[in-house]
Write a protein that binds this ligand. Sequence first.
Ligand SMILES: [Mg+2]
Length: 256
Amino acid sequence: MRPAAVLTDLDGTLLEHGGVLGADARAAIADLRLLGIPVVPLTSKTEVELGELLAQLDLGGIGGFENGAGIVGPRGVEVSAKAMAVDLLDRHLTGLSGLLETPLTPVSELTTAEIRRITGLPEERIPAMLARRFGLPFLAPEGSEAGLVAAAARLPGVRLTRGGLFWHLSGDHGKEDALEHLLASGLVSRPLAGFGDAPNDAGFLSRCDVAFLVPRRPGEVDAALAAAVPGGREARFPAGRGWAAAVGELLREDFR
Ligand SMILES: [Mg+2]
């Protein structure tokens, strides 16, 4: 199937740990560009980070940021009506922490050294990562998962998700909202190929015509993601190398 667009998560899917684009992925992006197929990131990253990556990687200028809080495209930035401002989310996180009697640590309270250790990002990329307007990444202690999920479910208009590195509190939107908006405004069209590695990718992958699940380690796709996207195909390798191999598979199928 030759896709009209490739929708992709970034961290752990297209990009290696540390936000680096590997040689294989770079070559696959170039192949897609030659065929006129845009690569559209749907990411939990901020609008600032997304804008930088779209420019650096020459992907096509379209994408969704902060887990579907908004999209960037030829008309500029469009924010979803479901997005919730970060100061309100911060108050909700403080409330959850008190209710559960558990420390929940927003990423803004971590030191630069801690953020670097967790994300692998170079120091100069951290301000863009913290420029978050509609979502709150945070750390929760092991074992607090069930209580956290139950308590967050009682907050109206709020969604709790688990990304590859952090928990996220946001308005009740996901990457699938960005995809619906892109489809409705004609910025992408079917057939769509989707790539992701974590449960917060399941919503948009389920809406794609073909979905590839990128493993954390060879053969180890996230179990919750695999369960949520039963038709998903496993990429053969982790991150960008697996992404590139899957793109190659898809394009070869087209020419058979
Ligand atoms: Mg990811």
